[in-house]
Each structure stands twice: as structure tokens, then as C-alpha cells.
Design a protein around this ligand. Structure first.
Ligand SMILES: [Zn+2]
Length: 220
């Protein structure tokens, strides 16, 4: 029986989104993201959604108890009965413990936590090399997906002669900060799941296809 209830962990630039997308298409598992759940619950006006909105309206963080309730509601839905990929949650060991508790309530269990591991130098190269077209939003990479050297700079868009820019998020200074935040918040979580013997890692310093085939093999 393949692993069908899992968490993917990975730094910004590690390719977590791409791998989650491939798993969703391949295994038909819903990707359960806290951001999506919050937006949906607010839109539907569920009791927890209204409570979450009252915090967001004040610019406050939605408390763990509310987020956990929303996740429990989401994982109890029929489309999550055959498995799920949790995205963006848990972020702390306390949230991981709460997740264990809610899964017990639902009679479900977390089967694997997969870390997509990419060396920091590689993450920096991936993120700082990105160039974005401010007009059509296409994304290039100076090394892995280079834009044409002469105008039109934006390939296949003869009508888009815009010069590419480096978004502020992709500058070395901001990238280093994002990676620090990631490391500090994720390391305790990694230890938590190591202790539970649920953590496995995949070498993410390869092409998305190769990473995916190893991930699939690992999940059985
Ligand atoms: Zn463009």
C-alpha cells in the first residue's frame, strides 16, 4: 500500500511546489494548504472561517487553535479520505503535536514526512538567478532557463519587448533572510519527525523528473 498521507518539507527554491503538483496529478491526492483552507472557509462563512476572518481583519495572526480546527474540517472531507499532502502546516513542533491529535480524532495517521534536501549554495543560485518579466510575468533563470540576449527579451512574446527584472524577493539579501527563517523554523520540526521515525529525505539537487521518480519509489 502506497503512502498516501504525507507532509513535504523543503526550503524556498527546493522544488516542493513542483513535486507536490506531480504527486497530486499522479496519485490524485488533494494538496491541503493552510492558505487555501483559510481563504475557502472565510468565503464560505463557516463558524471557524468567520472567527479566522475576525483576526485577519485586525491584521492579527490566526491562532493555532483556529487553524487546527480548519485543517481537521478539511481532512474530514470525502476527497481527503484516500490521502492528502499537507502544505505549509505544521510549522512548529507544537503544531505538529496538534496535528497528531487531530489525526487521532479522525482515525487517520501521518505516514511520511519527506524533506526535499538541496544544498544552500544551490538554493541561492536557483533563487537569485531568477529574472521576471514585469509585463507578462514569465520567469527565466540566468543559467537554467536563460532569456534571449537581444530584444524581444521575453521569448515567444514578440509583443512583449520588456526588459526582465530581478524581483526584490530574489535578491541575495532577501534570499539569505528567507533561508535563515526557513532553517530556524524547520530544524525543530525535522527533529520532531526524526524522533517519530517518520522523516525521510530526497536529494533535491537534481532535475525535477529525477527527484520525482525517487520520491514515487520512496512512497511505494
Ligand atoms: Zn514578457
Amino acid at each position: 500500500m502506497a503512502t498516501r498521507r504525507l507532509i513535504l518539507l523543503g526550503a524556498p527554491g527546493a522544488g516542493k511546489g513542483t513535486q507536490a503538483q506531480l504527486l497530486m496529478q499522479d496519485l490524485g491526492l488533494p494538496q491541503v494548504s493552510t492558505g487555501d483552507i483559510l481563504r475557502a472557509a472565510v468565503k464560505e462563512g463557516t463558524p471557524l472561517g468567520l472567527e479566522a476572518q475576525s483576526y485577519m481583519n485586525r491584521g492579527a495572526l490566526v491562532p493555532d487553535a483556529v487553524v487546527i480546527g480548519l485543517i481537521e474540517d478539511r481532512l474530514a472531507r470525502p476527497d481527503a479520505g484516500g490521502g492528502w499532502i499537507l502544505d505549509g502546516f505544521p510549522r512548529t513542533p507544537a503544531q505538529a503535536e496538534a496535528l497528531d491529535g487531530l489525526l487521532t480524532n479522525l482515525d487517520q495517521s501521518l505516514e511520511a514526512v519527506v524533506l526535499i534536501d538541496v544544498p544552500e549554495a544551490q538554493l541561492i543560485e536557483r533563487l537569485t538567478g531568477r529574472r521576471t518579466c514585469p509585463l507578462c510575468k514569465r520567469i527565466f533563470h540566468v543559467r537554467f532557463n536563460p532569456p534571449p540576449a537581444a530584444p524581444p527579451f521575453c521569448t515567444d512574446h514578440a509583443d512583449c519587448p520588456s526588459e526582465l527584472v530581478q524581483r526584490p524577493d530574489d535578491t541575495l539579501e532577501v534570499v539569505s533572510k528567507r533561508l535563515n527563517v526557513y532553517r530556524e523554523s524547520t530544524e525543530p520540526l525535522i527533529r520532531y519527525y526524526q524522533q517519530q521515525q517518520k522523516l525521510t529525505s530526497v536529494d533535491g539537487d537534481r532535475s525535477p523528473e529525477v527527484v520525482y521518480s525517487e520520491l514515487r519509489e520512496l512512497l511505494g
